[in-house]
Each structure stands twice: as structure tokens, then as C-alpha cells.
Design a binder for this molecule. Sequence first.
Ligand code: AHM
Ligand code: MG
Length: 337
Amino acid sequence: MMEPSKTLGEFIIEKQEEFKYSTGELSRIINSIRLAAKVVNYKVNKAGLVDIVGAAGEVNIQGEDQQKLDVYANEVFIQTLINREIACGIASEENDDFITVSGSDNSHNNKYVILMDPLDGSSNIDVNVPVGTIFSVYRRLTPIGSPVTLEDFLQPGINQVAAGYVIYGTSTMLVYTTGHGVNGFTLNPAIGTFYLSHPNMKFREDGNIYSINEGNYIHFPQGVKDYLKYCQKEEGDRPYTSRYIGSLVSDIHRNMIKGGIYIYPTSTKSPNGKLRLLYECNPMAFITEQAGGKASDGYTRILELEPTELHERVPFFCGSKNMVEKAEEFMLYANEE
Ligand code: AHM
Ligand code: MG
């Protein structure tokens, strides 16, 4: 008979015991995210049944229509974290500014800030394609006891203490790292429990999938165009397979399991790329590196970029190490020509 798998709750407790002097704050954050993910999952799964799909009529700071479920997921995650008084600040892709969290006694004694994209890829909800939540946790830089400031959020990704995503797909999974490898947990919806299903997830060094919105080809930098031609060339293990869902979490999740590269480059249409450094690229880069992969902006390691504003966008090359390195070679070469 198969061993019953460990639950996420058991896993969190076990990991906390490995950190002798841990106060349990980080464990409580992961626990709250687990809870909020289940609530959002319930709603996302019902999206096709109830009249909740469609734009809420508000536009977020990037000028995009917010779907109703974005608003809902944003509220659920933020309220869960605020109610449990476990973070000192939260920044969300859906909010213009960061939120300062204080305790019920008006104190500011927690040490972690959380950055998140509560429902990424939400334009896919109407067509029943997987969407995801992405989160990232940092230790605050300002002294404990004082309210958080922008500086606490504008940290390079290398400072992350935890990052993860939830994928609301054919099954719902929570995948996260605290800097000691990546583990994936699948939700058993019948009993509402996440079970360890993907221990120690790893990117293959070489993959054969490339994921990019090729419809924008004409607007891509020369290095990306050249790399795409390389992917499509009949030689060795090429041509590679092209797979693009248009939902970052799903595209990265698939590539982590099967081996591949995800690219959202700059283009003449979006000169800084589309994805946000703090809410999307940093957490995905941390997970990817912890899984043995690589993430860069085409030239520089994502985790070493110094953020200058909350909603900053950067180009993103992420996935199997050798594939990302090859793409970087093309970027460099095209610039030298
Ligand atoms: P969002 O944060 O507004 O949902 O946008 C991010 C999404 C990613 O999930 C996805 O990889 C990308 O946008 C797709 O963009 P495009 O439609 O330009 O290919
Ligand atoms: Mg997003």
C-alpha cells in the first residue's frame, strides 16, 4: 500500500522545527496563504457557474481592466494576512500603494512584508484556463516597532525569505520555497487538504519547450528573434516545442515539470516588458533558481536587480538553465553586431 502523503500543515511544522530559533512567523504566513488559497480556489472553481466572471468596472494602476475575481482574490489574501496580524506590510499588484499593517494595539512589531499578485492571468478566467496567485516574502529593513516604508518593499529579489505560487488548474497546487528547494502540494478538494505531491521540484538543465507570445514577434529585440529561429531550427534535439498559455504561473509550472524556457521580452510596444519585477518576476526567479533553473532580464540575474518603484516592469527570461544561457548569448551577440 502507498504511504499516505504528508500534508502541507505537517510539512510546515516539520520545517519550522529545523530552524531552532524561529519564532514561527514565517510558518504562520505560509499557513495563512494556504488558507486564503483554499478560499480563492473555491471561488475560482465556481467561476463558470455563477455570475462572477467579467470586468468589475475598475481599472488597476497599469490601466488594465480588473476582473471581479481579481478584486475578490486581492481582498481575501489581504484580509487573511491582516486579520492574523502576521505581516507588517503588504503590497499587491492590484493596489496603487503598499498597505501598512499594524497590530490590534497599533503596534508594528512584525518583521515580514509580503508582496503578491493575487490572481495572475485573470484575463484567462472567462475561457477556463488556469490562473495563479504569486507571493513573495521579505524581512523588513526598517526597525521593528515603526510603520513600514517604501524601502521595505523595494528590495532586490535576492533578499526574499520565501516565495511561492498557487495554481488553480485541473488540480490546485501550492508550490513554495523558503530557500531550501522547492516543494509542491496538491489540494484534495474533497477534504480541503494540501498534500505533498511534488517534493524537491527541479528544472531539467536542458528543456525542449519555449513559451513566448510569438504574435508580438515583429516587435521583439533582434536577440529574441534570433533565439526563436534557433529554437525552430532542425538540428540536434531541435526544433523545440512551442507552448504558451498566457498565464505565467501555468507556463512556468509546466516548464519546471517538463523542461523549458519562458520569455516575456521588451518590445517596441512595451519597452520594459510586461511583467512586474516585484510581484511576478522576483518570486518566480527565486523559485526557479531554487529548482536549479535560471532567471534573467536577458543580461542580468533578476534577483540582483535593484527595484526603483513598486510596479516596475522588466523583461523576463526564465527556465531551464542551459536554455536561458543560450537565449542570453543571443541577446549579447545581437547587441554586439
Ligand atoms: P496580469 O498580471 O495582468 O494577469 O498579466 C500577466 C500575464 C501573465 O500571466 C502572462 O504570462 C502574460 O500576462 C501574458 O501576456 P500576453 O497576453 O501579452 O502574452
Ligand atoms: Mg500579474
